[in-house]
Design a protein around this ligand. Structure first.
Ligand SMILES: Cn1cc(CCO)c2c3c(c(-c4ccccc4Cl)cc21)C(=O)NC3=O
Length: 290
């Protein structure tokens, strides 16, 4: 085609790392800086359509959110020949969902210390998103990405891991990704996320405590990492979980941690701790064992 695509001229496509109805995500290297990026190409939504709104909200959210060690970094977005393209930080460790499946296959479990580290890191990312007046609304294992070492994209100015928590620098770093459902926490046009992680009050269009819907989804995310069976999309299991009945777990968790998970999943959103409260929660801030 006459117009040389910016995507082709600026990037070398290395491999496809995800395909969905949204489009495809590739691991790419930027020719200029030699760094790796995750680039999502999706069909450009019809002008004025709901999908266009969603696509724009994703880019707006990234633009507003700037940099945080536990939120996937945004670099650029542009439109070309009927496609929307977004260039994000490449996280080299796959998604939390991949990690959960891998543990399952190997007959291994996340230890309680690892579960606490996961909960603390994602809470830090959520605290940042919520303090910016936004809510994610699609927190789930496949939207949490892992960096096995400080990210392999271009280093960010003033972005330092130890600011948030030196501890994670030694192990894995979890980052909240896919801001496609992000909306403002007080004047929401809510686009519901995955029903398996949806808080009951949001299903009933009660948007008065949206940040607590992210906390509920985070509780289910940690529950899955703890080895809970796959979540139901609807039906009795879906409802019983939302009446505060936790599924049987393949491991004994300490009463303190189990109690905290119970609180994250409380049917009453006002009973769930905020991300800020989680970040300083003694159960999560206990002395590190390693
Ligand atoms: C399927 N998939 C696999 C990965 C690599 C994990 O090791 C991945 C990434 C992203 C995304 C992504 C999600 C939503 C919107 C835009 C992007 Cl680039 C999707 C990804 C993203 O923003 N950063 C990623 O690493």
């Amino acid at each position: 085609p006459l117009m040389l695509s910016r995507y082709e001229s600026e990037f070398l496509e290395l491999e496809c790392i995800g395909v969905g109805e949204f489009g495809a995500v590739h691991k790419c290297v930027k020719r200029l800086d030699g760094c790796l990026y995750a680039i999502k190409c999706s069909r450009r939504p019809l002008a004025g359509s709901a999908n266009e709104q969603l696509a724009l909200k994703e880019v707006y959210a990234h633009a507003v959110l700037g940099h945080h060690p536990h939120v996937v970094r945004y670099y650029s977005a542009w439109a070309e020949d009927d496609h929307m393209i977004i260039q994000n930080e490449y996280c080299d460790g796959g998604s939390l969902n991949n990690a959960i499946v891998k543990k399952e296959v190997q007959g291994e479990l996340f230890t309680e210390a690892e579960l606490k580290d996961l909960l603390l890191q994602v809470s830090m990312g959520l605290k940042y998103i919520h303090s910016s007046g936004l809510v994610h609304l699609d927190i789930k294992p496949s939207n949490i990405f892992i960096c096995q070492r400080p990210s392999s994209s271009a280093p960010g100015e003033g972005e330092s891991e130890e600011e948030e928590d030196g501890g994670a620098a030694a192990g894995v770093i979890y980052k909240i990704g896919d801001l496609g459902h992000v909306t403002s926490s007080n004047s929401p046009q809510v686009e519901e996320g995955d029903s398996r992680f949806l808080a009951s009050e949001v299903l009933h269009e009660d948007y008065s405590h949206l940040p607590k819907a992210d906390i509920f989804a985070l509780g289910l995310t940690v529950l899955l990492a703890a080895g809970a069976p796959p979540l139901a999309q609807n039906g009795d299991q879906w409802h019983s979980l939302r009446e505060g009945r936790l599924p049987k777990l393949p491991q004994e968790l300490s009463p303190a941690f189990r109690g905290l998970l119970q609180l994250l999943l409380d049917p009453d959103p006002t009973k769930r701790p905020s991300a800020r409260e989680l970040c300083k929660h003694t159960v999560l801030r206990g002395k590190r064992t390693e």
